[in-house]
Design a protein. Structure first.
Lengths: 455, 245
């Protein structure tokens, strides 16, 4: 065992592939805390700090399984006051044991071995929450355009919202994971902030070349490759974003072998798709930076991502232990109860053109803008209230400082009114309400809209 | 005037040949159908009536069309989709979802509607059912020694969790595998889309459109028949051919 601080620094500097970089302050704190608790800890071959840095495939199997816990074991879960208080505060059913709740609080970045972290629970929970939210949105607002649907899905069950939920619940994060920490805290290994300066370099970590794995199945993930809304449904995740889960998942991803499909800006020997335009593009400006060090530990995660993983894992655990009613109750109480002003998510580029196409599609009379009322036409601040009419029916109304602005706002209001249509309360029914047996409900076919206007 | 044999006209000829359009059926906003259900008695539309009363899936809305084509046709074989309607489908005429579920956004520039939202809902259902099916699959016997096993909390409800990983999910629901299942069902013959190159469907993304259509059929089932029917269909018609029981 011996001298953890110097041994750690020496091994960190001499490393070829992955380098463990924590915050500087945190590293010092960890070293001192480790030394404080190392007297009581069991025998370790190397410092715990760098165990997760090297991929599990590089270590022999026996070392991996003999590795001590990096988080509190489930036996300590029953003794934790924080955990019991969290269980009671969230009014979780008694069927959900405290040990599973403790497992939900352990991020894969802490311990990537299967059975020790919340990753599979989080995958299941994410899909359940995504399903319930999608059906809620689609039956309540059947005409929502696809981009708005993606945005609303993120607003309800996306990373940012779930992270906010975690703080609202009063779950705190650890400064550093370890077996001695209270089981009621969210355990995660934080990655170095992107604004921090890289070791020995003048650049920030976020500007350093990163190795990204191509994992989403798309032909090309670069920013300038156009990907439309429809293909996102098949390729990307439930929010329409590129799948990062494949690249950052730790429990089943092994470090790349030398010719693995990795997109690395400064590596010309790595495998490239034959139709990529890399031959024509000039070598990037960071061509001459040293490739031997990597500045971001691929297993580390952010607080936001880990918080979202925890909330999703809780939803998954509820389903497994307490069944569908419990998970649906959870969704109702924590997700759907949040108010989202959908009308603010819209952003029309040419509302007048869209409205005209909509009326043509539906067979309405072509829309005509008419001035309803005005004031101050010759003054510095006129107000024109313009309405858009289809025949005798007013589709929308808007006020603006000029005639044109009023007309455009009226068209946008008309489109919002169309897209935000919601069926009457008694008619909307969610597909999951008739799942299983014993619900006693008869299914009412729901409205299916043909789609938004695309121009 | 434009010669009738030419497939397109220039804009000048188009403007000179434009005549006043015959009056089409104009609907008011208030009478627009807001729910599409099995209405057998109230509506009077049927395919045998005049062209203004044709169902929406059968024709492009007339006012959205240009009277004459002003751009040259692409140099590829003419792409045709299935427009036949079997007698057994006549009772589903007014159910837009039947045809809508098979219509991709590329078809007719999206003017006849498309199945994006249905595919979104369908994919969510397929994801959930895949995870649940993975839970029930036999998991690999643990290779960890008994000492390490004690550190993992064992519970009957948590069995099979080791199978649920992002890798396994994405391996099962890969678009090429879904496309093969869809082709086996014959969906590629009835789905309505427009490939970029009609003589090279693979490079036009047929796999993605097939997977998309499979999802949208599930979504349409969920909204039309309920979640139980949709889940059962996923388990039996999609996951079983993919190897999950």
């Amino acid at each position: 065992m011996g001298k953890p601080a110097t041994a750690a620094t020496r091994q960190l500097q001499g490393r070829d592939d992955h380098v463990q970089h924590q915050w500087r302050g945190q590293k010092r704190c960890i070293a001192s805390r480790r030394e404080a608790s190392s007297a009581a800890a069991q025998e370790v071959d190397e410092p715990v700090v760098e165990e997760d840095a090297v991929g599990p495939a590089y270590q022999p199997f026996e070392d991996q399984t003999r590795r001590p816990l990096n988080a509190p074991s489930h036996r300590q879960a029953l003794k934790s006051a924080k955990l019991a208080a969290l269980h009671a505060r969230l009014q979780l059913p008694a069927k959900l044991p405290l040990q599973t709740l403790a497992r939900c609080l352990i991020d894969p970045s802490v311990d990537p071995r299967p059975g020790y972290n919340n990753e599979p629970l989080s995958i299941l929970g994410q899909e359940l929450l995504g399903y319930y939210t999608a059906e809620w949105l689609m039956t309540r607002y059947p005409r929502l355009p696809m981009p708005i649907l993606f945005a609303a899905q993120y607003a309800f069950v996306g990373n940012q919202t779930l992270a906010a939920m975690r703080t609202e619940w009063g779950v705190e994060t650890v400064a550093a994971p370890g077996p001695e920490v209270d089981p009621g805290l969210l355990q995660l290994k934080r990655q170095t902030p992107g604004n921090a300066l890289a070791d020995g370099e003048q650049m920030r970590i976020k500007h350093m070349p990163q190795a990204k794995r191509i994992g989403s199945g798309r032909r090309n993930e670069e920013y300038n490759y156009r990907r439309g809304m429809s293909s996102r449904i098949v390729y990307d995740d439930q929010f329409g974003d590129l799948q990062t889960s494949l690249a950052t998942s730790t429990s089943d991803s092994t470090p790349p072998y030398p010719s693995a499909p990795i997109s690395r800006p400064d590596d010309s020997t790595s495998f490239r798709l034959p139709d990529a335009s890399s031959e024509q593009s000039p070598p990037p400006s960071d061509w001459y930076l040293p490739r031997s060090t990597q500045y971001q530990d691929p297993t580390a995660t952010t607080v936001e991502a880990a918080s979202a993983t925890f909330v999703r894992a809780l939803a998954g655990a509820l389903y497994l232990h307490a069944g569908t009613p419990a998970s649906k109750h959870f969704h109702e109480q924590h997700v759907v109860s949040r108010h989202l002003p959908l009308h603010t998510l819209f952003n029309f580029a040419h509302p007048t053109r869209d409205l005209s196409r909509l009326c043509a599609r539906e067979g309405f009379e072509p829309p005509v803008a008419r001035l309803i009322s005005e004031t101050g036409r010759l003054s510095r601040t006129p107000v024109f209230v313009v309405g858009v009419f289809s025949g005798e029916d007013k589709l929308g109304e808007g006020a603006g400082a000029s005639l044109n602005e009023g007309r455009v706002r009226a068209a946008a209001a008309a489109l919002r009114g169309w897209y935000l249509y919601s069926p009457p309360d008694g008619k909307a029914m969610r597909p999951s309400e008739v799942e299983g047996t014993g619900h006693g409900k008869k299914w009412k076919p729901q409205m299916i809209d043909i789609g938004e206007i695309i121009t | 005037m434009a010669p009738t044999t030419s497939p397109f006209v220039c804009l000048r000829c188009l403007r000179s040949s434009q005549t006043s359009n015959p009056s089409k059926t104009i609907r008011t906003v208030a009478s627009a159908p807001t729910t599409i259900r099995r209405r057998s008695a109230s509506t009077t539309t049927s395919p045998s009536e005049s062209s203004e009363q044709l169902p929406r899936w059968m024709q492009t809305p007339p006012r959205m069309k240009m009277p004459e084509r002003t751009r040259p046709e692409p140099k590829q074989p003419v792409w045709r989709v299935n427009a036949q309607q079997e007698p057994v489908d006549e009772m589903y005429d007014r159910f837009m979802g039947r045809w809508l579920a098979l219509t991709h956004k590329s078809f007719d520039h999206g003017r006849r509607g498309f199945n994006d939202r249905l595919a979104f809902l369908g994919k969510r259902i397929v994801d959930v059912q895949t995870s649940l099916a993975l839970l029930n699959m036999p998991s690999a016997p643990s290779m960890q020694p008994a000492a390490a096993q004690n550190d993992v909390f064992q519970h009957a409800a948590l069995e099979g969790l080791g199978n649920v990983t992002n890798f396994s999910k994405n391996a099962i629901l890969e678009k090429t595998r879904l496309a093969k299942v869809a082709t086996a069902y014959g969906i590629n013959r009835v789905m309505r889309w427009k490939p970029r190159k009609s003589d090279n469907l693979k490079s036009s993304g047929e796999d993605v459109v097939l997977a998309h259509t499979m999802y949208s059929i599930i979504g349409a089932l969920a909204l039309h028949r309920g979640g139980e029917v949709a889940a059962k269909t996923v388990r039996e018609r999609i996951l079983k051919p993919l190897g999950l029981r």
